[in-house]
Structure formats: structure tokens, C-alpha cells
Write a protein that binds this ligand. Structure first.
Ligand SMILES: [Zn+2]
Length: 138
């Protein structure tokens, strides 16, 4: 039997709390710079584009395209040992070039997953406090 450990839960801190609070309500919000409009993800102390510290959170569509993907065969990520093999996708959200989120997909999607393929967000309620934004093929 493989060593099965629980999947890790996010460590919610002051910087990421607005993201996780919104996810709990099944809303995807990302940190956006109010000075230049650039989305930063994960949240930062200063904007990646202009270094401003005027940062807020703004709802996004939850739609994007698969920028890249891979099939995971190695049990490198704690908690995913029993799911090998599975797909790991890099999602580029439609709001901004190179605005990325990472997600796993079931191997059953292997025949339909493709670079450029459309995805949409959904939320997995892990417990009373944490809902994880995840993606599925659209
Ligand atoms: Zn900025």
C-alpha cells in the first residue's frame, strides 16, 4: 500500500486571506494593483509590474486556457500519492497574459486536454473553512 497522507491545506495568512475568504463563497478574486491594474498571483506585498503597494482584490471570470500540462507519474506532492497518474495543468486566466494558476485534473481528461483548451473554475469545499479553487475542462 502506498503511504497515503492527507492533501496539504493552504496556510492562510494576512496577505492571502481575501483570496481564501472569497473562495469560501465560491468566488475567485485576485490581487490587483490599483496603481497600474496588473494582477498579481499569488498575492504580493508589492506589485510585480510597478512595485506599488496599493493592492486590492478584484473578482475575475474564472475562465482561462491551458498554457501547458503534464502527466504526473511520480509521487512528488504530498497527499497525491494515490492519484498517480494524474494531469497537472497550468492555466492562463483570460484577464491577463501569464496570469497563471496551477491545478490537477483526473487522468480521464487525458484524451481531451490540450494546450489552448478552455477551462473554468469550480470550488471544492474541503472543510468548513477552506474551499479550493480548481479548474475543469470547459
Ligand atoms: Zn502595479
Amino acid at each position: 500500500m502506498p503511504d497515503t497522507r492527507p492533501k496539504p491545506l493552504p496556510a492562510v495568512d494576512a496577505l492571502s486571506k481575501p483570496f481564501w475568504d472569497a473562495a469560501q463563497q465560491h468566488r475567485l478574486v485576485l490581487q490587483r494593483c490599483t496603481a497600474c491594474g496588473y494582477f498579481n498571483h499569488p498575492p504580493r506585498l508589492a506589485c510585480d509590474a510597478c512595485q506599488s503597494q496599493q493592492l486590492d482584490f478584484e473578482p475575475v471570470s474564472g475562465r482561462g486556457r491551458i498554457y501547458s500540462f503534464t502527466v504526473m507519474h511520480q509521487p512528488n506532492i504530498v497527499g497525491f500519492e494515490d492519484e498517480i497518474p494524474y494531469l497537472n495543468i497550468l492555466v492562463e486566466l483570460e484577464e491577463q497574459a501569464k496570469l497563471f494558476m496551477v491545478c490537477d485534473l483526473p487522468l480521464a481528461d487525458r484524451d481531451t486536454v490540450k494546450i489552448g483548451g478552455l477551462v473554468e473554475v469550480w470550488f471544492e469545499d474541503v472543510n468548513a473553512e477552506i474551499s479550493l479553487p480548481r479548474f475543469r475542462l470547459a
